[in-house]
Design a protein around this ligand. Structure first.
Ligand SMILES: Nc1ncnc2c1ncn2[C@@H]1O[C@H](COP(=O)(O)OP(=O)(O)O)[C@@H](O)[C@H]1O
Ligand SMILES: [Mg+2]
Length: 330
């Protein structure tokens, strides 16, 4: 079975543009402003219909990776393969279709909806532009989409500010669905909502998965959400994947010391929700990552080799990989 989406050795380096003074200094021999390797050699395959979670502390590169998948950022290196076709070989039509097939749902629905447009225009614009519905069909189709996400079709002439946060997120989902996507990248898509509303929107994502056969990359800092919603989970640390495997296996017995620390049960917040446990020690700066295993400065099991050699991602069980020198012993 070929994968739906494959990332092969993806890198993303952000090079900050030097300001005027820095440009002069560089001409006089000063070093360029430092580059951030936000995504570092990430390889990951996702099957059709799968829901894969992406977790890791703030700043580890989750959003950057999600944006590369959704075609919002171009990677610096590596290859994205969608439905068996490598991105560099895409025809113009394949590139256009991939941009529609892979849609991103953001955290803050207010920021991603144009406040001056009515719902009918927000939801109906892209599919008309791309010839997926005619202008005449628009009203009926937008009504159907609103119903599909649990909103009254009569709301289609309203503006975003007339809705609650949860309703606005549903409008964002309807807008994404309007172009008939196959793959949704959800980046903290329920994090800004009240807990009771979160559950409803998560249920909607699960219904849509069934109904439309959607595939998900689900970025969330909420472990309850990840455990509930995903089949597999990928754990990221300073731009690198450190462990990937079936969600149930990883929650039962994490292999990587970073995963273990992350999943160690955090104090329960509110109604039994779990977030990451704050780890001991500061996250090293991505501008200046440690040598060897990036996690060695905070790892309770650190050995000498961890300070010099980068551990490879190795098979450690069915469908499981982990990058830790402890797996290299014996
Ligand atoms: N557009 C950008 N320009 C420069 N640096 C960026 C940009 N976007 C993200 N970064 C940097 O890349 C790293 C990863 O960021 P991000 O992908 O947003 O992490 P996460 O979503 O896991 O919190 C951070 O160090 C961040 O400062
Ligand atoms: Mg982010």
């Amino acid at each position: 079975m070929t994968a739906h989406l494959t990332l092969t050795r993806i890198d993303k380096v952000f090079q900050r543009k030097p300001d005027l003074a820095e440009r002069l200094a560089i001409r006089l021999g000063a070093p360029k402003p430092p580059a951030v390797r936000a995504v570092d050699d990430v390889t990951l395959s996702i099957q059709k219909g799968e829901a894969v979670g992406l977790v890791g502390e703030s700043g580890c590169g989750k959003s950057t990776l999600g944006r590369i998948v959704a075609g919002i950022h171009a990677q610096t290196g590596g290859t994205l393969t969608f439905e068996g076709r490598d991105q560099p070989d895409w025809t113009a039509e394949e590139a256009r279709r991939a941009r529609l097939d892979i849609q991103m749902i953001f955290q803050d629905p207010m920021a991603s909806l144009n406040p001056r447009k009515r719902v009918i225009d927000i939801v109906g614009e892209a599919p008309v532009v791309h010839g997926l519905m005619t202008r005449r069909e628009r009203e009926g189709e937008v009504g159907r989409l609103l119903r599909e996400v649990g909103l009254d079709p009569a709301y289609s002439s309203r503006f975003p500010h007339q809705f609650s946060g949860g309703q606005r997120q549903r409008i964002g989902i309807a807008r994404a669905l309007a172009v008939q996507p196959k793959f949704l990248v959800c980046d903290e898509s329920v994090a800004a909502l009240d807990v009771s509303i979160q559950a409803q929107v998560l249920n909607l994502f699960m219904d849509l998965r069934e109904r439309r056969g959607l595939t998900y990359l689900f970025i969330s800092h909420d472990l309850g959400v990840i455990e509930h919603l995903t089949d597999r989970v990928a754990i990221m640390y300073l731009g690198r994947l450190v462990e990937v495997g079936p969600t149930a296996d990883i929650f039962r017995s994490a292999n990587h010391p970073y995963t273990q620390a992350l999943l160690e049960e955090a104090p329960r917040i509110g109604r039994g929700r779990r977030a990451y446990k704050p780890l001991k020690g500061e996250i090293p700066s991505p501008l200046n990552p440690p040598s060897g295993c990036y996690f060695h400065t905070r790892c309770p099991l650190v050995m000498d080799i961890c300070k010099t050699a980068r551990p490879a991602l190795r098979d450690i069980g069915p469908g499981r990989i982990s990058a830790c020198h402890l797996n290299d012993q014996s």
